[in-house]
Ligand binder design. Structure first.
Ligand code: ZN
Length: 170
């Protein structure tokens, strides 16, 4: 798996480089395959680590620039995917004032979704978009592993990757 970003945005470029670095790090894959099990997953951590290491999936990053109305709708959304653009992650421009490591963890979290979508015989997502009780699903756990490794802090606070949209709240 490789992350591709061809636009000009310093922090996203740096986050892409961090993501690709961790996707080449044997310590990262060892930590995943050593994990006992993931919730909501038919695949063992070992299988997921192997899929990640061997996949030739190219995961493209684009920046999404919301207009005024979209800024409201997507005010809590770090990133989203769109079925019309497979293997592409749209990062919300309004949500890029974050640590580079945090953005990289978003990319890794979403790349697990892309890998899950591509894996025909396995499923390892996290159901709905509430972060509650999702810490041990593959996308959350691996995203947080990436974050803690990049921060060089095993106790860094857990990230809540998917923010729930509530259209009635506007
Ligand atoms: Zn997710």
């Amino acid at each position: 798996m490789i992350i591709i970003f061809n636009d000009e945005h310093t922090r996203v470029k740096a986050a892409t480089a961090l993501s690709n670095g961790i996707l080449k790090n044997p310590v990262f894959f060892k930590a995943i395959s050593d994990h006992p099990s993931f919730d909501l997953s038919t695949a063992s951590p070992q299988i997921i680590a192997d899929l990640m290491a061997k996949s030739d999936l190219e995961f493209k990053i684009e920046i999404f620039y919301p207009n005024v109305l979209q800024s409201i709708k997507y005010r809590k959304t770090f990133a989203f995917t769109d079925g019309r653009f497979p293997n592409t992650l749209f990062l919300n421009f309004k949500k890029l004032e974050r640590e580079t490591e945090d953005i990289a963890a978003t990319i890794i979290h979403e790349s697990i979704h892309a890998l899950d979508d591509a894996a025909e015989n396995e499923t390892f997502g996290h159901g709905n978009n509430s972060a509650v009780g999702k810490e041990n699903t593959a996308p959350y756990w691996i995203g947080n592993l990436a974050y803690r490794m990049l921060k060089n802090n095993p106790d860094a606070p857990l990230l809540a990757f998917d923010q729930v949209e509530d259209d009635n709240e506007v």
